[in-house]
Design a binder for this molecule. Sequence first.
Ligand SMILES: [Fe+2]
Length: 203
Amino acid sequence: MKIHVSKSLLINILIAILIIPVLIFGGFLISKDRDRNSTPKIASSECLPTFRDGGGPYYLPNSPFQTKIVPDGNNGEKLIVGGYILDTSCSDPLANSVLDIWQASEEGEYEDEYYRGRIKTDKNGYFKFETVVPLGYGEGTAYRPPHIHFKVWLDGKELVTSQMFFDDVKGREGFNDEFIMQIEEKNGVIYASHNIIVPDFEI
Ligand SMILES: [Fe+2]
């Protein structure tokens, strides 16, 4: 049996074969670009890598995945912390990475079950968690101002251990601005934003 295919049908098929991959790949590029546009634009002068520290004695591995890390009925000041985890270039987000946090309670105590948790970042490297303002602890020269410890993990590999501080340490020796969260208070809730620039790591 002979199938007759018209010249115009052949041309249409040929156009479809050429155009479909362009549309698919173009769409991919546009969506990738849109994702990037959703991450903050950080000026190169402010693209300062997060400092590394040892993490101290209160870290526990495998803490629960939870975006609210405090128990109901706590006596603390409600705090919502959000930010982006970015690579050293300050433009590429660490999508699906894990922020692993632990902090003292509003009474300055570490606990095993609460005041710690793991949060997964979204495709833009964004994380958000609910907690309370921790109390500082220690006496005299050993005093530790309020802080939130964290580690960043990607694909099961630890990339950095560090801390976030509040603005009470501003100007204190040893506390650079990049350690300090940006704080805003609205209707009795404290909102903190803090971007984490993973040092020595490029996607
Ligand atoms: Fe601590």
